[in-house]
Ligand binder design. Sequence first.
Ligand code: COA
Ligand code: AMP
Length: 636
Amino acid sequence: MAGAYETAFRRSLDEREAFWAEAAADLHWYKAPTQILETESTPAGRWFVDGVTNTCFNALDRHVEAGRGEQAAMIYDSPVTDTVRSFTYRELRDAVAVFAGALRSRGIGKGDRVVIYMPMIPETAVAMLACARLGAVHSVVFGGFASNELAVRIDDSACKAVIAASCGIEPGRVVEYKPLLDGAIELAEHKPEFCVVFQRPECEASMVEGRDVDWHEAVAGAEPADCVPVSALDPLYILYTSGTTGQPKGVVRDNGGHMVVLHWTMKNVYGVEPGEVFWAASDVGWVVGHSYIVYAPLLAGNTAILFEGKPVGTPDAGVYWRIIEQHKVAALFTAPTAFRAIRRDDPEAKLLEGRDLSHFRTLFLAGERSDPDTLKWAEDILDRPVIDHWWQTETGWPMCANCVGIELLPVKHGSPTRPVPGWDLRVVDDENNEVPAGTIGALVVRTPMPPGSFPTLWNAHERYLDTYFTEFPGYYKTADAGYIDEEGYAYIMARTDDIINVAGHRLSTGAMEEVLAAHNDVAECAVIGVADQLKGQIPVGFLVLKAGVNRPLSEIETEVVALVRRRIGPVAAFKTAVVVERLPKTRSGKILRGTMQKVADRETWRMPATIDDPEIMAEIEAALKQVGYAGGAAAP
Ligand code: COA
Ligand code: AMP
């Protein structure tokens, strides 16, 4: 309906409490909230303050009680193990209740933290929902992270237990998780009381006597546990995400606001009805996986697809079409990089021919900028709306989207459309003044924020306030730069910090620099994200060696690459390091990473006035050329 978006958007800001109270009424509360919003304790605001609920009840039991018990809740499709398995809402509820019982019998209860280090298998969703059932706080760690990253998360969350699988499966190799977990526990100062290990047939993990429990033994004979009522404000999960240093930020999500808003988005943003199939081809280790593989589709009574595979190579670039056809997927959400990979392998989309995609209505892209070329290609081959939408781990759901469930607005390539109801998005300059339409500035959100976004960082409320709410008083700082045009469409241009997006994965160049700097021969270093045709960006490291080091440079370069893989993990995709004589700096000593990146990406760049020796950029350009990048033109 024309104008429906505008009406919903205005109402979400003008009558925000009534707007979200109505959305909350669709869910089950042990005690319905009477105080809808409180803005004293945090600038973001806290929603449904006195409500008492349980997210797992709303995701599973509520549907079983309402007669949806025999509908598929989740379909596990794993081309890497050649498995397809479907779970009804009743089956999933029962599996979750039993696993929750197993955890409870080992002392897990409300407020306890549980780290989950598992691949894309149904047991991962079972573990998450079992924690939610007990009011325990889960923290899922992505499988591509190494022991050190896992140890940091174990320490920061001070978890009582870890739930892990014996392995994950990457194309061509089995990734053994258990040695990584054992290494992490050894590194961590905090020791979890016990670990539950799900043994997969592809690899049998060795168990530590007295600490590790086999998943199957844990559930055998366990009493199913009921849902534990929790406050709407109680934390549901902590999800660590890259900050500007090696110390990741523990984004906290509460129960009430999160469940209300995710439930609302399924119909309004994604346009799917209960009973329809929704597929987010991401990983449960990321926020997209939390929100749109597990919680939102289940809260809304959809059938969720849990896909263990890649867009290409498992077995080919036709796997997305096979799954959409086979499971009658109504909407797919993936990262642009996945479509770039499919296009690279099958440029004419021959593998799409003959597939019945009649149930499929919309493709959603997020996680990184959607380049218009890829977006157009997806539109052409699919002949359906392709919706770019913009969000962050911190927000938990999209801030900008074309809300197809409210009103499909005209698509503008390069823009994730307009703010989703609830998000009062603005663009400001360095002095915190709003800028005119079309002018680039910092993208910020007027506080309070809508339900579902993060109320704090775990154990770091000061860092939360400093990082997000101090630089632009009255606003949440997204750390993305961009502009809003005359018609209210947002354009997301770049991060304003040192976060880069590699194949849709959020990584910190600062964290990589910390690893490089720890190498014995390295005096100074810089890591920048350079443009990559497939992954959007990839990291490249520059090393200045300590005086007197005269080992072969290639040896040192190889060592630092291995060090990043060992310390952060393969997901960092750090494959290139190059030794240089010196780094370009301002007179105050700040490394000019932005200019280096422009040189690498062949963008026009300007020699900063603060540089004494202009020759230095030529040296950087030569180093970049040596590793296959660079050639940017200097501005006259
Ligand atoms: N466990 C262990 N290792 C993992 C992993 C996991 N869950 N996920 C990725 N890795 C490893 C990969 O095997 C690879 O290792 P390698 O260096 O030995 O090859 C490395 O981490 C880098 O992975 P990735 O950047 O994903 O590159 P890729 O070449 O394996 O795959 C794509 C490229 C485009 C196919 C892949 O990145 C992809 O599917 N992207 C979609 C991204 C996505 O869903 N993002 C979520 C945000 S919405
Ligand atoms: P993450 O927290 O991993 O979801 O990463 C969030 C960051 O990814 C954002 O701050 C943006 O920089 C980037 N991002 C996510 N979605 C988009 C999008 N649709 N367009 C441009 N950038 C995006």
